[in-house]
Ligand binder design. Structure first.
Ligand SMILES: *Cc1c(COP(=O)(O)O)cnc(C)c1O
Length: 362
């Protein structure tokens, strides 16, 4: 019997979520963010299902080259830009756009001869303080880019730090800072990530950069995908491989962190942190056994988890166990495990079999 852990990828859900992004900001073109192997979903299948996006965005050049090798001819923005002149030449060769976030990159553009000028996105730091040039420098740097023969077009972008909280005033401040910094500079504007797209109408622009929402998870700390009218894309599932009875007062698993307070029926499911299920998911984290909720109990081990089936007497070996996805929001599991859906998705390992399916109707 093949090991059961698999990730079902609902391709129509990806297309649905892309339509949801367009519907939220109808005047904007969509850069579909497919970095980190399509947020762990498999970049080729994701990009294929999101073929109607206007562009892709990735974190680094390797990811862009992979898309080119797979035959995608879309504009691709590399969100961290290039690191050196050698990389810059590869950007030009593969016709890849670069985010420019520090003056060293502009110097590289100024002293390098390349065959094909690059489209660049000048990124302005409006409060995230990770990447980006200071607002006061924006105009001078734009002028340098504009005078540079290696540059074929300039967009203007910023990134929102706190848009996942609709009550946080930081976003308004960032929007004001962006408008102030770019003034009347010529170029397309791009501000919104998923939280910006769904929560901050004022963050619309010529381009939006949708990531997590495409994969069907809510970007907000206080809402679910269903409330945002998003459809989950990944369902992580496995099977029950063993069931045992524990007497009251028996400890379970590594470290004996969980102890039965009454006679209990424990199911063992074939998935663990070796598959990307989070090891720090505590006892009480929800799983679905044939569609019914049951709590994880005891420590997550590399290949297995243990589930309290005492309330599900009909559960049997071979039953389907869903860790997140259809019927069990990844947001909920992430919250219980002290993380975010982004991390759950990205951590699914190569041992898990990925299978595409055409999903249920919306
Ligand atoms: C990852 C990323 C995004 C997408 O963010 P989501 O929250 O997943 O929508 C957008 N812009 C930049 C600069 C990013 O790094």
């Amino acid at each position: 019997m093949a090991r059961a852990a698999e990730a079902l990828i609902d391709l129509p859900a990806l297309a649905h979520n892309l339509r949801r992004a367009r519907e939220a900001m109808p005047g904007s073109r969509v850069m579909a963010v497919v970095k980190a192997n399509g947020y762990g979903h498999g970049v080729e299948r994701v990009a294929g299902a999101l073929r109607s996006a206007d562009a892709f965005a990735v974190a680094c050049l390797d990811e862009a080259e992979q898309l080119r090798e797979s035959g995608f001819a879309h504009p691709i923005n590399v969100l961290e830009g290039f690191y050196d002149v050698e990389e810059l030449r590869r950007f030009s060769r593969h016709h890849v756009d670069a985010t420019i976030h520090q003056p060293e990159q502009i110097e590289a553009l100024e002293r390098t001869r390349i065959d094909r000028p690059l489209k660049v996105w000048l990124k302005i730091d409006t409060g995230m303080h990770r990447l980006g040039v200071a607002p006061e420098q924006a105009r001078a740097l734009w002028e340098r880019l504009n005078a540079c023969s290696a540059v074929g077009g300039i967009g203007l972008m910023t990134h929102l730090a706190n848009a996942d909280n609709r009550n946080d005033p930081t976003t308004e401040r960032q929007l004001l800072a962006f408008t102030g910094a770019i003034g009347h500079l010529h170029g397309e504007r791009s501000i919104a990530n998923s939280a910006g797209i769904l929560g901050w109408p004022a963050a619309s622009g010529d381009w939006i950069r949708s990531g997590i929402m495409l994969y069907g998870a809510s970007p907000f700390c206080d809402s679910t995908a269903a409330e945002e009218r998003l459809r989950p894309v990944m369902t992580l599932q496995t099977g029950l491989i063993a069931i045992r009875d524990l007497a009251a007062g028996e400890r379970l698993g590594y470290g004996g962190t969980w102890c039965s307070d009454k006679p209990s029926r424990i199911g063992v499911a074939a998935i663990g942190y070796g598959d990307g299920y989070p090891r720090h998911a505590p006892s009480g984290t929800s799983v679905l056994v044939e569609g019914q909720r049951a709590p994880l109990v005891g420590r997550v081990s590399m290949d297995m988890i243990t589930i309290d089936l005492t309330e599900l007497p009909e559960a049997k070996i071979g039953d389907r166990v869903v860790l997140w996805g259809a019927g069990l929001p990844a947001e909920e599991v992430a919250r219980q495990a002290g993380t975010i859906p982004y991390e759950l998705f990205c951590q699914v390992t190569r041992r898990v079999k990925f299978r595409e399916h055409s999903g249920s109707s919306p």
